[in-house]
Design a protein around this ligand. Structure first.
Ligand code: IMP
Length: 187
């Protein structure tokens, strides 16, 4: 079985491919569709809207889109759905500055993966990973906020833990694993 992932993000694609590979599902990067992103505080709304522009009428292939974000408790969930913009503007340094003097550094990553395809209604799969925000960036693996996110139960950041461990426990791995289970039997 083959699924097209509508994304230009190579790192997300690599992580999702490895997870779906566990199910024997091939993932291909689809650059022919554009992921249309509405502005919303809700990741599910963003993904549902993106899916609606990809699976219009009958389709002959399976497509997935994903949206995710980092939600920091003491910043009332900021940057959340705006994670990409915030990363590009104030970056890790800006987030660490906003967090300076804050002891409760709990945060979570949330991934919402949307699937549509022939003879199936659009469906969402969700993964959440809790952790804390580090006091400084550590590690060079991964992407985005990986160098400042320490998953619960570990004392290293995703950037230090590397892809193999990240893919066992990340929000994205959880969402794509749920999708794999659903497609291969759990429907
Ligand atoms: P979007 O889902 O492409 O809008 O991006 C959300 C943003 O959240 C990304 O640009 C990254 O900066 C960040 N992000 C999402 N997932 C991860 C992750 O697994 N590690 C680190 N940062 C992430």
């Amino acid at each position: 079985m083959k699924i097209f992932f509508v994304t230009g993000n190579e790192a997300k694609f690599r992580e999702a491919s490895l997870v779906l590979g566990e199910f024997g599902i091939e993932l291909a990067m689809d650059r022919s569709h554009r992921k249309i992103e509405i502005q919303s505080d809700n990741l599910e709304d963003i993904v549902n809207n993106a899916l609606a522009t990809i699976c219009t009428g009958d389709v002959s292939e399976y497509f997935v889109v994903e949206d995710d974000g980092l939600f920091i408790d003491k910043l009332n969930g900021f940057p959340g759905p705006y994670s990409s913009y915030v990363y590009r503007t104030i970056g890790l340094t800006g987030i660490l500055r906003l967090m300076s003097g804050i002891n409760d550094r709990t945060a979570y990553f949330k991934s919402v993966v949307g699937l549509c395809g022939p003879q199936i209604p659009a469906k969402l799969f969700i993964g959440v990973r809790y952790g804390v925000i580090a006091t400084e960036p550590r590690g060079s693996e991964g992407f985005g906020y990986d160098p400042i996110f320490i998953p619960s139960g570990f004392n290293k950041t995703f950037g230090e833990l590397g892809l193999e461990i990240k893919n066992k426990l990340s929000h994205r791995a959880m969402a794509f694993r749920t999708l794999g289970n659903w497609l291969l039997g759990g429907r």
